[in-house]
Design a protein around this ligand. Structure first.
Ligand code: AMP
Ligand code: MG
Length: 485
């Protein structure tokens, strides 16, 4: 079914634990991503959903798989936990996709592993559907993220705050190596393990770095730049990851582990949705700072590889952290420049942007809709945009400034279309996700499936999905999101 080619399993024993999925009672295929399956070169018989369900639930381990749980550590809300690891995820194996890229196939919720600690190794249906929707939405938005290959109901209940239907999520990732994977070895003083892992990720993700004078420093630099770019992209769509622990940050630069993640409705830089983030550590506006903090933790792990002279190693690492800050700032401004329809750079652009964001915060304007309606304002049609601002005087003055700035753009190209290509109309709004999950818990998957379809073309406003463009009514607003683990 998969043409496996497993490399992580070849790494030394202390990197992972071999473990088979625990079969479930009654697997039923809920969703299958056929186009991704094609990309992965899977041989599938879609006329046999029973077989797909059995494989994706872990009841049947396909030929060539070498199931394992990966070891990792991590800082959770700033506190270091020396041993986490895949407690409810099992890596089936790796496939090299049609573009020549190696990808992991992982079953999330497939039963206990040696790293399960007190957990049951299972996943509940709600979080599985949430991860499915958000990872596919991210892909459609063009933001690096792990992908959803399938969701399967297990026919078993899992105990959370209450009994919930169980499910397995089949995740596809460039790899599952995290900052926390490096921390696992570094915390044990296992410099050899750190080096083996660094060599592995250079080979797998960044082979071009082997030619550099100091490949390990180049690795740190590259990961930091990828993460700076990624977080700038998140900010541009109002995405709040919610649990940016170091074990939830990849080395590949893909977004991973969609727990209590959420998208902004009204613009508020201090916004937090996650019920477990009581101090707002992972608030929308804190994400770049946390990204840098996480990169500092990665840098600490790599120090012994950067230079034999510790002082020089620290200096090099500090240089990377500074570069992260600069790169983020530049990318963030670039993302928002494009959202404002600007292609050239001018010194006043940051101030212009801050003027808009300030007005949006003041008015509690819907983040996604404000930028989408700004696209039409570029054509002079600004009534709908202005309607988002109860006291539009400030923003009217801002529009004048903005139009003066647009007039200085090199070309008066079809601006609305260019802006619409970077300002999505459809995002996985929290109330839509919750609504789809609530229906699924009652046995009705139709809302989930329609939402998934609506998210496929986020930059288009198709009449059949018009309602997905709308922000929640005040009473529909989701105040809290939960991990559900
Ligand atoms: P997460 O919050 O999903 O990033 O998970 C943090 C850690 O807790 C990871 O080591 C997970 O494998 C583990 N974990 C989360 N949920 C469960 C569960 N139901 N059973 C076992 N381990 C879990
Ligand atoms: Mg995690």
């Amino acid at each position: 079914m998969f043409h496996f080619d497993n490399s992580y399993a070849q790494l030394p024993d202390r990197f992972h634990a071999a473990v088979y999925p625990e079969p479930v009672d009654a697997p039923v295929l809920l969703q299958f991503n056929e186009s991704l399956a094609k990309e992965l070169g899977m041989d599938v018989d879609v006329s046999d959903p029973g077989r797909l369900a059995a494989v994706f639930a872990g009841n049947v381990v396909p030929a060539g798989a070498m199931p394992l749980a990966m070891a990792y550590a991590g800082h959770q809300f700033g506190n270091f936990v020396p041993q986490l690891g895949d407690g409810r995820a099992i890596l089936l194996g790796e496939v090299v996709d049609s573009a020549g890229i190696r990808r992991d196939i992982q079953l999330k919720g497939a039963g206990p592993t040696p790293y399960s600690r007190r957990g049951d190794g299972r996943a509940a249906l709600g979080p599985v559907l949430r991860e499915y929707l958000v990872s596919e939405a991210m892909a459609a938005l063009g933001i690096p993220a792990t992908r959803a290959l399938a969701a399967v109901a297990t026919g078993e209940a899992v105990q959370r705050e209450q009994l919930m239907p169980g499910a397995v999520f089949v995740r596809v990732a460039a790899s599952h190596v995290r900052v926390g994977t490096f921390q696992f070895f570094a915390a044990r003083g296992d410099t050899d393990g750190v080096r083996v892992l660094a060599d592995y990720v250079i080979d797998r993700h960044y082979p071009e770095l082997k030619a550099q004078a100091n490949p390990y420093l180049a690795l740190l630099q590259t990961v930091a730049l990828r993460q700076a770019d990624l977080i700038a992209r998140w900010m541009g769509v109002g995405f709040i990851h919610g649990v940016m622990n170091t074990d939830n940050m990849t080395i590949s630069g893909q977004t991973i582990d969609f727990g209590p993640c959420a998208f902004l409705d009204e613009y508020d830089p201090a916004k937090v949705f996650s019920s477990i983030d009581q101090n707002g550590r992972y608030a929308y506006g804190n994400q770049p700072g946390i990204g840098q903090w996480n990169m500092a933790r990665l840098a600490e792990c790599l120090l012994p590889l950067l230079d034999d002279d510790e002082e020089k190693a620290v200096e090099a690492a500090n240089g990377v952290l500074k570069a992260f800050g600069e790169r983020f700032q530049a990318q963030w401004l670039e993302v928002f420049r494009r959202k404002m329809g600007l292609t050239a750079e001018e010194a006043g652009d940051l101030d212009l942007l801050q003027g808009l964001l300030g007005a949006m915060a003041q008015a509690q304007a819907d983040f996604t809709l404000a930028f989408r309606l700004l696209c039409h304002a570029a054509d002079g049609k600004d009534t709908a945009f202005l309607a988002l601002f109860p006291e539009p005087e400030t923003v009217k003055a801002w529009l004048i400034r903005w139009r003066e700035r647009l007039a200085r753009e090199p070309a008066a190209e079809p601006r609305t279309a260019a802006m619409q290509a970077v300002n999505p109309a459809v995002i996985p709004r929290n109330h839509r996700i919750e609504e789809a999950i609530a229906a699924a818990l009652q046995g009705d998957l139709s809302l989930f499936k329609t939402l998934l379809q609506a998210l496929e073309k986020p930059f288009e406003e198709l009449p059949e999905f018009a309602s997905y463009v709308l922000p929640p009514q005040v009473e529909e607003r989701v105040a809290r999101t939960f991990c559900g683990t």
